[in-house]
Design a protein around this ligand. Structure first.
Ligand SMILES: NC(=O)CC[C@H](N)C(=O)O
Length: 308
C-alpha cells in the first residue's frame, strides 16, 4: 500500500491552502457560525489502524451522515419491510425537495434525502418515546465508535427545529399520504436530534468501519450481515450525495454519504472507512473540499470501487 499517512498529510496541507472552499450552510443558523478554514480527515483501516491529518479531532455536526446509521438501525428493526415505505433510487433532486413526493404517493425516493430519513426516524419511534429513540441512536454511535464521549449538540437541534419549515412540510405531506405512523412533530424531533450528533473525523471513520469490513465493527462485533453492509454501501454510492451523486461517483468512486455540516463518510470495501470534514459546501450541499480530498485520496490509493 502507498504511504497512506504521507498521502493524508499531503492532502491536508493542500486543502489548507485552497481558497475555493465553498459556502458554509446558512439555513441552519448554528451551522453558519462554523469556521470555513477547517479541514480534517481520518481513515480507519480494517486491520485496526487509524490514521489522521488536519483537524481530525475537532467535532462537527454530522447532519445527514447520520442517515446511514439510522437506516442501519431501522433495517435491524423491520428488515426489508422498510422498503415498502422508502425507495432505493437516486432522486436527482435536492435533499429537501418536495416535488417527487406528490407524484410518488408520499413514498420518498431513498432513505438519504430528508423525507426518506424522516420516515426512517418514524420507524425508529415505534414503541418508544422520542427521547428513547434518540437515546438508542446515540448509544449506537457510541458503540460503533467505541467512544462514550459522543454527544448531541442540542443548540444545533434547537436551531434546526426553529427553522425547519421545509422538513415540517415534507413530514406533514407524507403524513397526509399515510406514510408516517407518528405525528410529524415526533418524527421530526427524532430526525433533528440525530442530525445534530457531533463527532470528529476519527470517531466518524471508526463508526462507519463496519461498512467496509463485511458488517464487523471497529470493536470486532457483527453489526449487520455482509450482505446488508454491501447494500447500504450501494445506496451510499447511488444516493449519498443527492443530485450530486453521479458526479461524486464519477470523480471519487467510493460509496459515501455527505452532510451539510461538511462531513463525508466513505467506505472502501475490504480496506477501511474514511471520514473527511470541511464545512464549505458546493451547489448540491456537499462538502466542496471534502469531495476534492476524497478524489485525491482515491486516486493516490487506487480506492475507487471501479478499479485503478
Ligand atoms: N443534507 C443534510 O445534511 C440535511 C440535513 C439537515 N438536518 C436538514 O434537514 O436540512
Amino acid at each position: 500500500m502507498a504511504d497512506l499517512q504521507g498521502v493524508l498529510d499531503e492532502i491536508a496541507a493542500e486543502m489548507s491552502e485552497r481558497r475555493d472552499r465553498g459556502a458554509v450552510a446558512s439555513y441552519i443558523p448554528q451551522l453558519a457560525r462554523v469556521d470555513p478554514a477547517r479541514f480534517g480527515i481520518a481513515v480507519a483501516l480494517v486491520d485496526g489502524r487509524v490514521l489522521t491529518a488536519g483537524d481530525a479531532e475537532e467535532s462537527f455536526s454530522i447532519q445527514s451522515v447520520s442517515k446511514v446509521f439510522t437506516l442501519t438501525l431501522a433495517l435491524g428493526k423491520v428488515g426489508d419491510a422498510l422498503w415498502r415505505r422508502v425507495g432505493r433510487e437516486p432522486s436527482g433532486n435536492p435533499f429537501n425537495s418536495i416535488v417527487q413526493l406528490e407524484h410518488e404517493g408520499g413514498v420518498p425516493r431513498n432513505p438519504f434525502i430528508n423525507p426518506g430519513a424522516i420516515v426512517v426516524a418514524d420507524i425508529l419511534l415505534a414503541g418508544h418515546q422520542p427521547r428513547e429513540a434518540i437515546g438508542e441512536i446515540l448509544r449506537f454511535m457510541r458503540f460503533l465508535a467505541d467512544d462514550d464521549s459522543i454527544v448531541i449538540d442540542h443548540q444545533v437541534a434547537a436551531s434546526e427545529r426553529a427553522t425547519g419549515f421545509r422538513n415540517s412540510a415534507l413530514a406533514n405531506y407524507m403524513k397526509s399520504f399515510g406514510n408516517l405512523d407518528h405525528s410529524p412533530e415526533l418524527a421530526l424531533g427524532v430526525y433533528f436530534h440525530h442530525c445534530a450528533i457531533a463527532m470528529n473525523c476519527r470517531q466518524l471513520a471508526l463508526a462507519g468501519r463496519f461498512l467496509a469490513d463485511r458488517g464487523r465493527s471497529a470493536g470486532g462485533h457483527t453489526v449487520v450481515s455482509a450482505e446488508r453492509a454491501r447494500r447500504i454501501s450501494a445506496l451510499m454510492l447511488t444516493c449519498g450525495h443527492y443530485d450530486g451523486s453521479g458526479d461524486f461517483a464519477f470523480r471519487v468512486g467510493i460509496p459515501a454519504k455527505s452532510g451539510v455540516g461538511g462531513g463525508i463518510l466513505g467506505a472502501v470495501p475490504g480496506v477501511g472507512s474514511v471520514a473527511v470534514w470541511s464545512p464549505g459546501l458546493n451547489a448540491h450541499g456537499n462538502s466542496q473540499l471534502g469531495t476534492l480530498a476524497l478524489e485525491n485520496l482515491a486516486r493516490a490509493m487506487n480506492w475507487s470501487v471501479f478499479g485503478a
